[in-house]
Design a protein around this ligand. Structure first.
Ligand code: S3P
Length: 191
């Protein structure tokens, strides 16, 4: 689907002028981090990176295959190294896998070196989005709704520490991009 973004040139110009570090998107699977990240990178004219894609490219296999063949700990170790490298690589938009920020070292780096954005969606939205494909190994371990609820309880106390929260509803994606840009602009204005 092609998305025609609204004219946010004043806001994006101000953000570009003030942004001196990466923007890191955190949040649960299916919250829309990758989609929002790509659109923000288009709107701001900044590079985009997705930690899952980086791990997949380095390993030459999918996240699901890495979990299956080498286990979750191996994936988490790669994820920690990838996010650290991306954070040291200039101003850009970085979408992270939902569990990345649960690593204490990653969290400390993100809080210190990035503008963090929690992309928050309702359970029903995340269930619908993650149900469209079979790419999330954690959700294959049982009932996806129960697993997502459990992850909400465990992870929201950490996600809540983000600098900014963006509500990623099921409505028009342009309004989510606008919301993210407004919040980034406001945050950087008071930073
Ligand atoms: C995970 C989220 C996934 C991926 C892996 C584990 C998690 O990324 O990193 O399946 O622990 O929440 P997305 O959040 O992009 O789906």
């Amino acid at each position: 689907m092609n998305v025609v973004l609204n004219d946010n040139s004043l806001t994006t110009g101000r953000i570009r002028a003030r942004l001196d570090r990466p923007v890191v998107l955190i949040g649960l699977m299916g919250s829309g981090k990758t989609r929002l990240g790509r659109l923000l990178s288009d709107a701001l004219g900044l590079p985009f990176a997705d930690s899952d894609d980086e791990i997949e490219n380095a390993a030459g296999m999918s996240v699901a295959e890495i979990f299956e063949r080498f286990g979750e700990d191996y994936f988490r170790d790669g994820e920690r190294r990838v996010v650290r490298r991306l954070l040291e690589d200039g101003v850009k938009i970085i979408a992270t896998g939902g569990g990345a920020i649960m690593n204490a070292e990653t969290a400390a780096l993100v809080w210190e070196k990035a503008v963090s954005v929690w992309v928050r969606a309702d359970l029903s939205v995340m269930l619908e989005r993650t149900g469209r494909n079979d790419r999330r190994p954690l959700l294959r371990r049982g009932d996806p709704e129960a697993i997502l609820k459990d992850l909400m309880a465990k992870r929201y106390p950490v996600y809540e520490k983000a600098d900014i929260v963006v509500d990623s509803h099921s409505g028009a994606v342009e309004t989510i991009v606008d919301q993210a840009l407004e919040k980034l602009d406001e945050f950087l204005n008071h930073d």
